[in-house]
Design a protein around this ligand. Structure first.
Ligand SMILES: *Cc1c(COP(=O)(O)O)cnc(C)c1O
Length: 389
């Protein structure tokens, strides 16, 4: 189907989801919680090698709970990767705290250890260290965890690992999302596996996860009546959606393999074009290639990111720019930002030159061919235009 729309990252069901949802119906475990939720939490915790997990309504809710557990409040600072989706930082605002943004480095596109170190030193001298660092693993690629953990340990600041995009990825053989005090996953519709909407908070601190579960269930005290002594949230995942999650988790490794295969094909067929560079993969890491992402050098391609996206759009192909860095968002105007070096902001550059191609694990080879051909055509159009001019 030549003109059917190709989406960036649509949900990809395995077929087994129906059985689990049916089971929930047949046992009438529809309403909040139930055996699927318990099983899904256990299975995710075990998959990433953590002692405990709590399933919640979204990745954003999981980040929010992690900040609540760290007792982050008004007046506190929280460091956060700048090149990410706004959901990484919104929970900092929910707590009334102040985000400070840290640039990327070129090898992983993730938090720059040297910028992080500069920021830590500056705030240390002011006796104003952050209460947490939110480290994002962009498009599936793990950040430079060794360096980041060393710096955070030195200044005794806990890490929240935002692994919303990197479920199934590894760093030196260890699962992404298992490195911080808290790890966060998202099962939103566009992520590598989905519960249509959902998230998970994991940790080795079982007591903390128990407390997260309490906060996420309206902070209801142990009593025969409804008794509350603290503010809580309604954040728990429903038993039906957890059923989806269990079935999706069974195919996670297949989904990673499929996305990696798509990336490799794009790279093979487009990576040699002048001015086209694919997102790197750091040595000793394995990215799930959640989104196949590349940058262009406009001087060599003679065509802009916007022109390429417009061409793809006209041909019913959904592609996107790389995340707009949070330090450039109107929402965070006035928040402090630490670039990779004094001369260079890496995330600004990635935003200006980056493109995410359709990457869903269900993308057929024919559709991949369509994307490849239209991407090439977008570049050729530029050459034709130049000749006409
Ligand atoms: C998707 C995403 C989130 C938020 O997850 P939701 O489940 O949509 O709330 C957080 N951080 C990053 C980096 C994401 O890509």
């Amino acid at each position: 189907m030549k003109n059917s729309k190709i989406y960036l990252s649509p949900p990809h069901m395995s077929g087994n989801e129906r059985d689990l949802i049916k089971e929930a119906f047949e046992t009438n475990w529809i309403a909040p919680l139930g055996p699927h939720v318990d099983a899904f939490e256990r299975e995710v915790a075990s998959f990433v090698g953590k002692k405990a997990a709590v399933a919640v309504v979204s990745g954003t809710a999981a980040i929010h709970l992690s900040l609540a557990l760290l007792d982050i409040k008004s007046g506190d600072k929280v460091f956060c990767s700048s090149l990410t989706f706004v959901a990484s930082a919104n929970p900092i605002l929910y707590q009334g705290a102040e985000p400070v943004f840290i640039d990327s480095e070129p090898d992983t596109w993730n938090m720059s250890p040297q910028a992080l170190e500069r920021a830590m030193e500056e705030y240390y001298l002011q006796n104003n260290l952050p209460k947490a660092v939110i480290v994002v693993n962009l498009y599936g690629q793990s950040a430079k965890m060794d360096e980041i953990i060393e710096i955070c340990d030195r200044f005794e600041v806990p890490i929240v690992e935002d692994a919303a995009e990197s479920f199934g990825s590894t760093f030196k053989g260890k699962p992404s999302g298992s490195f911080g005090k808290y790890g966060v996953f998202s099962f939103n519709g566009n992520k590598i596996i989905t519960t249509s909407g959902g998230g998970m908070l994991v940790s080795d601190d079982e007591e903390a996860i128990e407390r997260a579960r309490f906060l996420a269930t309206q902070a209801r005290d142990q009593a025969s009546h409804y008794q509350h002594s603290q503010m809580g949230y309604n954040y728990r995942m429903s038993n039906i959606l957890a059923g989806l999650g269990i079935a999706q988790l069974q195919v996670l490794e297949l989904r990673v393999a499929a996305r990696r295969k798509i990336f490799n094909r794009y790279q093979k067929e487009l990576g040699a074009l002048p001015g086209v560079t694919f997102m790197p993969e750091l040595e000793q890491t394995k990215t799930n290639r959640w989104l196949s992402t590349l940058t262009i050098d406009e001087e060599l391609t003679s065509v802009s990111v916007k022109q390429i996206l417009t061409h793809l759009e006209k041909n019913y192909i959904e592609a996107r720019q790389v995340w707009k860095p949070l330090h450039l968002q109107p929402l965070f105007e006035g928040n402090k930002y630490f670039p990779h070096s004094i001369e260079e902001s890496i995330s600004d550059n990635l935003f200006d030159t980056g493109i995410c191609l359709p990457s869903g694990s269900s993308l057929t080879e024919d559709d991949q061919t369509r994307v490849i051909e239209q991407f090439k055509e977008a570049l050729q159009n530029a050459v034709v235009n130049q000749v006409v001019l």
